[in-house]
Design a protein around this ligand. Structure first.
Ligand code: SAM
Length: 189
């Protein structure tokens, strides 16, 4: 079995958007307790590599292709550790299920979620190889359109996918970006 029900969401995202291939290198942000790591490890197979990052400790998985890094993805030090773990190789797929601790205050939870998704986007533009794919969870709200438009600049296309659509559920949605083209140009402002 999987460590988290969210594993089925990643399977559905993969079925919808064809994210993983044999031998892929995958970066999984907000990976604890490890359901997505399990699914990604299965999908990339024994020749693949999966690196998970989370604030929370992740119990070891019995899949040799998985490694984990404890840390806050908004901190440069964590990105340095990820860079070292990848050892100079690029990622085929960057996935983020990062979510803030919910306060119940809708605007604040949305803003924090967008911030985490932007962090994931920056990480993706650093580590993805051309043609790579990116997925990020975000809570719906007023800044979602801007976020999606920004991500669109670096990929062939972006779509919104709600793998929980059948459940009467949350405000979360996944931005699925296919075909990394280029990192956004820094404007300096
Ligand atoms: N995809 C995971 C799975 O299948 O097991 C579930 C992820 S859970 C919904 C969201 C995770 O994001 C939490 O474990 C939380 O610790 C992590 N997270 C939130 N903010 C983070 C940050 N700044 N850096 C790293 N991880 C973060």
């Amino acid at each position: 079995g999987y460590r988290a029900r969210s594993a089925y969401k990643l399977q559905q995202l993969d079925e919808t958007a064809n994210l993983f291939d044999d031998g892929d290198t995958v970066v999984d942000l907000g990976a604890a307790p490890g359901g997505w790591l399990q699914v990604a490890a299965e999908e990339v197979g024994p020749q693949g590599k999966v690196v998970g990052v989370d604030l929370q400790r992740i119990d070891d998985l019995d899949a040799h292709q998985v490694s984990t890094i404890p840390g806050d993805m908004t901190e440069e030090e964590t990105r340095d550790r990820l860079r070292r773990e990848l050892g100079g190789s690029e990622a085929d797929v960057v996935i983020s299920d990062m979510a803030p601790n919910m306060t119940g205050e809708y605007e604040l939870d949305h803003a924090r979620s967008v911030h985490l998704a932007r962090t994931a986007y920056e990480t993706a533009t650093e580590f993805l190889k051309p043609g790579g794919d990116f997925v990020a969870k975000v809570f719906q709200g007023k800044d979602l359109d801007d976020l999606e438009a920004d991500i669109e600049e670096s990929f062939q296309y972006v779509r919104r996918v709600d793998p929980d659509a059948s459940r009467d559920s949350s405000s979360e949605v996944y931005l699925v970006a296919k075909g990394f083209t280029t990192a956004p140009v820094a404007t300096g402002d």
